[in-house]
Design a binder for this molecule. Structure first.
Ligand code: HEC
Length: 161
């Protein structure tokens, strides 16, 4: 069984949206800005580490087994930590236009998004081994990792705003 750190609590999404009613009886929306900021930060780190790996794969940076392993391991850690609180129901781009690119399908088709998260984890586990082996192994493991990112972005991330 895969570690499902990414957004396990999004399961709450399928159990129904929690609405917080104020004392005046008017329901007020929860402020999700910290959660959205945190997940964007996590994704920016994904991008940062991926560009480091890409530079090695392309031969722009000299291959070094220890460094490559550290980068791959960091990516694996980043994608297996518990990020569930970063994806609260009601924080999709329909509810928060202009603030997030997360599509509502993350919650409405849950747990489909977890299969995408698991696919990336599997590719990263292979990358950790490959990165410590040699440059050719790192290069062949790179495609599946990139596909792991894109495989989730295509269905679940909206265009840039
Ligand atoms: C399981 C789904 C999933 C996986 C896997 C995934 N992402 Fe994302 N990514 C998203 C979603 C959803 C967003 C939009 C988040 C938002 O706007 O709230 C996003 C946003 C981003 C952003 C933009 C961040 C910002 O500041 O707006 C970058 C960069 C990014 N991802 C890079 C990556 C890289 C690189 C990988 C692979 C190592 C990756 N992602 C893997 C779902 C995923």
């Amino acid at each position: 069984m895969k570690r499902r750190g990414w957004m396990a609590a999004a399961a709450a999404a399928v159990m129904g949206l929690v609405v917080f009613a104020g004392s005046d009886g008017v329901s007020a929306q929860e402020d999700h800005s910290a959660a959205v900021k945190a997940r964007m930060a996590q994704m920016q780190l994904n991008g940062f580490y991926m560009s480091q790996l890409a530079a090695i794969a392309k031969g722009q940076v000299a291959y070094d087994a220890a460094k490559a392993t550290a980068i791959a391991g960091s990516l694996l850690a980043l994608n297996t930590m518990d990020a569930s609180a970063m994806w609260p129901p009601g924080s999709d781009n329909g509810a928060l236009p202009g603030k997030t690119r997360a599509k509502a399908e993350i919650w409405t088709t849950f747990p489909a998004v977890m299969e995408k998260a698991d696919a990336l984890t599997t590719a990263l586990e292979a990358m950790v081994v490959a990165a410590g082996t040699d440059l050719a192994s790192l290069q062949s493991a790179f495609g599946p990792v990139g596909a792991g990112c894109g495989g989730c972005h295509r269905p679940f991330r909206a265009e840039k705003f």
